[in-house]
Design a protein around this ligand. Sequence first.
Ligand code: GDP
Ligand code: MN
Length: 389
Amino acid sequence: MKIHEYQAKALLREFGVAVPKGDVADTPAQARAIAQRLSGKVVVKAQVHAGGRGKAGGIKLADDPAAAEQAAGQILGMMLKTPQTPPEGIKVRKVLVEEASAIDRELYLSITLDRARATHVVMASQAGGMEIEEVAAKTPDKILREWAHPALGVQDFQARRLAFGLGLAGEQFKQGAALIRNLFALYLAKDCSLVEINPLVVTRDGRVFALDAKLNFDDNALYRHKEIAELRDTNEETPLDVEASKYGLNYIKLDGDVGCMVNGAGLAMATMDIIQQAGGEPANFLDVGGGASPEQVENAFRILSSDPSVKAIFINVFGGILRVDRLAEGVIGAVKKLGLKLPVVLRAEGTNVEQGKKMLADSGLALTMADDMADGATKAVALAKGQKP
Ligand code: GDP
Ligand code: MN
C-alpha cells in the first residue's frame, strides 16, 4: 500500500526524522492560511501517489500567502501526468504547503528488502534529486549500500559509514547518522516495503532533513497496523483494483488485451509468460485463489471482463482445492448474468475435469477448448487479434 507525502512526513516526524514545517490543504484558501502561519517563502506540492511531480508542474514555489493561494489554485484539480502515473494522469485533490528550503545539496536515501540476500538494505547516494534508476544504470558505484539484519537493525558503524559516504561532516554528520537510524526504526516498526527520501537535503544554513518522502507498506502486515491501513486513499488506485480487493481477489491491471483468469499465483505468472511467448500481451494478473467459490469466480469474471481493453479471455486452471466443476458453475453463471460476448478459451486439468468440461460444453456457451497451456495461449492471442484460432 502507498500513502501520500504529507502522511509519510507525519510518520517521519513521529520517529524523529526532520522534515520541513507544513500542512495539507484541499482548497486554495486553506493553502493561503497555511502560508500565512508559516510566514516567508513556501512551496506548494501536489499530493498524488506518484513521483516526478517537480518536472510535471506539480510543485511550485510561492513568495507570499497570495502567491501560495494562486499556486494551489493552479495545482488543485489538475490531471498531473508524470512517468509514474497512468497516461491520462492523476487528479490532484490535496496540496502540501511547506516552508521553502534554501538547498545546498540534494542526496538520496532509501531502505528496502534485498530479496537476493534475504535481508534489508539501506541505500545512499550523493546523486540525489534525480531519477535513481538512471544513476543505478549509468553510475552504479555512486550508490552505497549497507545490509541490515532484521533483528539487529542498522548498526551505528553502518549509519556512520553511510553518512560519511554522503559527504556529511561535523554537526551534519551526526544529524545524518541519527536520521538513518531513525528512518530504519520506522521502516521496521511499520512493516514498510520501501522508504525513499529523494531528496534528502542539506540546507545552506547547515540542516539535514527529508524534503520528499515515499513510504510503501507490506499489504500482508497491514492487519497489525490499523493506523496505517486508515491512510489508504482509494482515489489513487485503479478502480478495478479497488473493486477486486473488496472480494479478496489478487488482481492487477496490465496493458494488454488478453484477460486471464487463473488459480494460483505461480500459474498466473506462468500464464502471463506463455501469452507473451505466443505473441500477445496479458490484460491483467488475476489469481482467484485456491479455495474459490462459484461466487468468487463470478466476481473475478465480472471484474476482468469489465476492462474495455480485454478482447479475449483465457481461463487457465488446475483443479486442486478449486474443483473444475465448481469453476465451471461460476463461469457459466457469470457469462449468463453478464451476457458476455467476448471469446473465451479454456484450459483445465485436475479434479473433476471431465465433469467440468461437460458442464461447459452443455451450457451452450461459445467456448474454445485448449489441449494445454501453450495451445490455450496461442488460441486466446489469435482471438484477441480478431483471428480464427
Ligand atoms: P518529486 O518530483 O515528485 O520527486 O518531488 P520532490 O519533493 O522530490 O521535489 C522535486 C524537486 O523540487 C526537488 O528535488 C527540489 O529540487 C525541488 N524542491 C522541492 N521543494 C523545494 C524547496 O523547498 N526549495 C527549493 N529550492 N526546491 C525545492
Ligand atoms: Mn522526489
